[in-house]
Write a protein that binds this ligand. Structure first.
Ligand code: 3PG
Ligand code: MG
Length: 397
């Protein structure tokens, strides 16, 4: 059932709109934001709430604070507030608590067109416990609830599920970001332009078994890259040399190969090195990887093969790097897949997390049909997992 969106709400003038966003952005050791994509992605929703004459109360989690005040200080929302203010070009008032007197007082004085950001939701144990009493305190802040946190939609944290549950009877909608994610992914799952080509990389088969199975049921072709390649190689009787493999997942990989007969393509050549920190030893090998050598990227013949498949695709959906791309000498395969996706005429969808970050670093994000803001949420949605967070959003009737 399609969900109500912000665009369905007629009159927001004078309302307080509580917006759950996913500002769980990557931070460096100094606590600086290294990628603000998730903040930028939520701007259209915040802007349209403000432009409609409402006040925005914005809330998110950041990281995984453990309840240790000293260590948790690194997860305060101050830097996020600053960045949001810069990007929005309007003042953002931030309170130092999630719920409580300071937040309530700030809500009382908040005027139409103004933005309030709450402290990190996960500073309150009620958030991850999905606690009802905590959720009711958050719900007190709101006339309207907006879920624009696609990256967190697979979680059952209080702000995602118990808060909209407490607000039944008041409008509960998805924001523009979630609406676009659902539109693109629902099309991918229901009626994708064909051929549908999946490109799958990353380190571990074990992280993505459900996702691979789901893809195999839908795609016409599945192109494999990244370190999971080496486990698939062992399963198909090739040798992977000294590459990183998941020895206990060979059966699983073999089962996937059997399910995917005729659909799965494994790399036909590999970039290998003698040691990860010795790029000067790099060479390309075909088929088996000799003992003493470690695979770090797909090779040039594989690049050409995968590029052709991607260019011919009606829809290409990609998750996971093709090699150890964070090291420049091993980034060619990942870059080449990103470039092929950018050049393709079909629908191109990039899963979130490190794949999205890679595409951004290459400066190609704008040339994709869609770059998801969800990492785990993207994988689980494509797998077909129902999200309790979305069940609490009003249906569009
Ligand atoms: C994510 O980055 O995957 C989401 O923000 C959810 O965060 P979590 O994995 O810590 O629940
Ligand atoms: Mg995660």
């Amino acid at each position: 059932m399609p969900k109500k969106t912000l665009a369905d709400l007629k009159d927001l003038r004078g309302k307080r709109v509580l917006i759950r966003v996913d500002f769980n952005v990557p931070l460096d050791a100094q606590g600086n934001i290294t990628n603000d994509r998730r903040i930028r992605a939520a701007l259209p929703t915040i802007r349209s709430v403000l432009d409609a004459g409402a006040a925005a109360i914005v809330m998110s989690h950041l990281g995984r604070p453990k309840g240790d005040p000293k260590k948790d200080a690194a997860f305060k929302m101050d830097k996020v507030a600053e960045r949001l203010q810069q990007l929005l070009g309007r003042p953002v008032q931030k309170v130092n608590e999630v719920v409580g007197p300071e937040a309530l007082a700030a809500k009382e004085t908040l005027r139409p067109g103004e933005v309030l950001l709450l402290e990190n939701l996960r500073f309150d144990p009620g958030e991850q416990a999905g606690d009802r009493a905590f959720a009711e305190k958050l719900a007190e802040l709101a006339d309207v609830y907006v879920n624009d946190a696609f990256g967190t939609c697979h979680r059952t944290d209080a702000s995602m599920v118990a808060v909209p549950a407490a607000l039944r009877g008041r409008p509960r909608v998805v924001g523009h970001l979630v609406a676009k994610e659902l539109e693109v992914l629902d099309r991918l799952l229901s009626d994708p332009p064909r051929p549908l080509v999946g490109i799958l990389g990353g380190a571990k088969v074990s992280d993505k078994i459900g996702f691979i199975k789901a893809l195999l049921n839908r795609v016409d072709r599945l192109l494999i890259g990244g370190a999971m390649t080496y486990t698939f190689m062992l399963a198909s009787g090739q040798s992977a040399g000294s590459s990183r493999v998941e020895a206990d997942k060979i059966d699983v990989a073999l089962d996937l190969i059997n399910r995917g007969t005729g659909k799965i393509l494994l790399p036909v050549d590999h970039l290998v090195v003698q040691r990860l920190d010795a790029p000067e030893t790099a060479r390309v090998v075909e088929k088996d990887i000799p003992d003493g050598w470690v695979g770090v990227d797909i090779g040039p013949k594989t690049v050409a093969l995968y590029r052709d498949e991607i260019l011919r695709a009606g829809t290409a959906v990609w998750n996971g790097p093709m090699g150890k791309f964070e090291d420049e000498p091993y980034s060619k395969g990942t870059r080449a897949v990103a470039e092929a996706m950018a050049a393709a005429k079909g629908v191109t969808i990039v899963g979130g997390g490190e794949t999205a970050e890679a595409v951004e670093e290459f400066g190609l994000a704008d040339r994709m049909t869609h770059v998801s803001t969800g990492g785990g949420a993207f994988l689980e949605y494509v797998e077909g997992t129902p999200f309790a967070a979305l069940a609490e959003i009003d249906d569009r009737v």
